[in-house]
Design a protein around this ligand. Structure first.
Ligand code: F6R
Length: 608
């Protein structure tokens, strides 16, 4: 949510910052701005809309300076207009800053400042920070930011420059990610490594309530209490090419097509085919307690939550562990009472989702043990959990999550299999599961080879304003995920239901104008799904069936068939979701939607 990038170095800052903003645009894209310092002069430009609007605005203008800050916004306080776009400044235009997060006590602070004669030019919470930092400045920008941090409540990732602090950028964080990047050509800070991975893979993660001063050839981190912190420099494994479209028209499509590889990466080095037991080095630190755990709670939001819902069925199939799944945003308000040795598993692509972070903090307070399944290395959730498993899926840039979902399912399966093999699961079952897991990448490729067929189905139905997705057991969460994908990228109204619930309400909606996507691989739920389809067909509702390869009998009953290769019942969701992703993508494309940047959405939801 909102993207920050800043640079101080030997090169001209303008083009580095604009390039960085483009990589961050998926975090928020309703307005953008840039401030570049040249000696004691600071030039600031802001524009409503995408980064390209900002580029148009500054095109042809000479903006000299080798130090600058930039921002792409997802509005929280104040509508997306130029006045509310960042950078913000103080009345004397000495301080310029960009901010991610929400200043919760800004109302009180603003009133106090107004009484003292301050005039505000925006409706944002952020502007208060600029006024306070200017008031707190007495020669040291670092000190002014530190003092301001002690006056504000809420969350922030912050980058600040000052006319009288030449050659310095001060960055600070509380609850909103900020990463420092180091290179021979200068130093960076950004809310996401993708903004700087073109220049460096050497990074340092700023932690909550820390601030840092960046100069051309140095950085210094300290706490809110001015205690100096030494932190090791880490190497990130993401590459500049990961952030490119690589010939695809959209990141969503690119990421759908990456799934054979990302599912493979989730399993790479983690399978022991002969023993039928996966190896998960990331959970070794807690293994002694985890192997005796009988109660596990998964918490997550959105697509990660639906992965957790599939995970519950997989754990129930392969282990004797009781599994609960909770929406992170609700979990923290529940009366939590965990049996001893309860583990919480937080699933998150970004590792920064505010609700998921708040949920694990609450669970920790109540004595639970914490595990994470996270894609972004070094992210807040990965640091705040005791142990965990990384997806190693590379950056996910399309706002709609696709490749991380299947990667999360692969990892949940490995975890369940590992625990199951230490319980009642036999060697034969373990070996069979690993063989089936190894076959998945090729099977996903086979589904992707039907893309034209799926596009043709989308062409037939994309004008229908309402869709239903149905599944049972392992594939009930796939129905919900399929509906979520369709609505978020195409704005078509879609609902995902457990097929058994049909007759308790949704059947009232069935009509020739309302397509149903029925997910019915040949498993023990198949016959029940067929009965549901009969009910829909007798009301003349069109049905698109996602079923197991070679299932001919379904063709007589439904309007369209998409085949997925045969696998074990608990692995069907990894395959069945792929046609749902493609259907959503092609419908959105036919409706000319902005697929990678759907309206009102942003990647990495760092506010509650
Ligand atoms: C949907 C989507 C969101 C995220 C959710 C959680 O396509 O991307 O629903 O899944 O915001 O995000 P993470 O996984 O980063 O915690």
């Amino acid at each position: 949510m909102c993207g920050i990038v800043c640079y101080v170095g030997k090169k001209q800052a303008k083009s580095i910052l604009i390039g960085g903003l483009k990589q961050l645009e998926y975090r928020g894209y309703d307005s953008a701005g840039i401030a570049v310092q040249d000696g004691s002069n600071i030039t600031c430009h802001r524009a409503v809309g995408r980064i390209v609007e900002l580029e148009k605005k500054i095109n042809g203008q000479e903006i000299n300076g080798t130090l600058g800050i930039a921002h792409t916004r997802w509005a929280t306080h104040g509508e997306p207009n130029e006045r509310n776009a960042h950078p913000h400044t103080d009345p004397e235009q000495k301080v310029y800053l960009v901010h991610n997060g929400i200043i919760e006590n800004y109302g009180l602070l603003k009133k106090k400042l107004q009484k003292e004669g301050h005039h505000f030019s925006s409706e944002t919470d952020t502007e208060v920070l600029a006024h306070l930092i200017a008031l707190n400045f007495d020669g040291s920008l670092n000190e002014a930011v530190r003092r301001t941090m002690s006056q504000v409540e809420g969350t922030f990732g912050l980058a600040v420059i000052h006319r009288d602090a030449e050659g310095e950028i001060v960055v600070a964080r509380r609850g909103s990610p900020l990463i420092i990047g180091l290179s021979d050509e200068g130093n960076f800070a950004a809310s996401d490594v993708s903004a700087m991975v073109r220049y460096t893979n050497q990074v340092v993660h700023l932690q909550d309530n820390e601030l840092a001063t960046l100069t051309l050839d140095d950085f210094a981190i300290s706490t809110g209490q001015a205690k100096r912190i030494e932190r090791t420099v880490e190497t990130v494994e993401w590459h500049a090419e990961d952030a490119d479209l690589d010939g695809f028209p959209h990141f969503m499509l690119k990421e759908i097509y990456e799934q054979p590889e990302t599912v493979m990466n989730a399993m790479r080095g983690r399978l022991e085919p002969g023993e039928g037991v996966p190896k998960l080095g990331g959970i070794t630190p807690v293994w002694d307690q985890l192997k005796t755990c009988r109660h596990l709670v998964m918490v997550a939001c959105g697509t990660s939550y639906y992965a957790a819902c599939v995970g519950r069925y997989i754990f129930e199939k392969l282990t004797d562990i009781d599994v609960e799944v909770e929406l992170a945003s609700e979990f923290r308000y529940r009366k939590l009472n965990f049996p001893p040795n309860t583990f919480i598993v937080a699933l998150s692509q970004s590792g920064e989702t505010a609700d998921t972070l708040a949920a694990i903090r609450e669970a920790k307070r109540k004595g639970a043990r914490l595990l994470g399944i996270v894609n972004v290395v070094g992210s807040s959730i990965s640091r705040e959990t005791e142990a965990g498993i990384y997806n190693h899926a590379g950056p996910e840039i399309g706002v709609a999550s696709t490749k991380i979902f299947t990667s999360q399912l692969a990892i949940l399966t490995l975890m369940a299999l590992l625990l199951g093999r230490h319980q009642n699961l036999s060697l034969t079952e373990g070996v069979e599961a690993i063989r089936a897991l190894q076959a998945l990448p090729a099977q996903i490729k086979k589904i992707l080879s039907q893309a034209n067929h799926i596009e043709a189905i989308a062409e037939k139905y994309y004008r229908c304003p309402n869709w239903l997705f149905l599944g049972r057991k392992f594939n009930f969460p796939i129905a919900m995920e399929g509906a979520l994908k369709l609505k978020e990228v195409s704005y078509i109204h879609a609902e995902g239901y457990a097929a058994g619930e049909m007759k308790h309400g949704p059947i009232a909606l069935i009509s020739p104008q309302m397509p149903t996507v029925a997910i019915l691989p040949k498993d023990d739920m198949y016959e029940k799904m067929v009965s549901n389809i009969q009910e829909i067909k007798s009301r003349r509702g069109p049905v698109v069936a996602i079923t197991t390869e070679g299932n001919r009998e379904i063709c007589d009953l439904v309007d369209e068939v998409i085949e997925i290769p045969a696998t074990l019942d608990f692995l069907n969701p990894i395959l069945a979701v792929v046609p749902c992703q493609l259907l959503a993508y092609y419908c959105a494309n036919l409706l000319c939607c902005d697929i990678d940047k759907p309206r009102n959405l942003a990647k990495s939801v760092t506010v509650e």
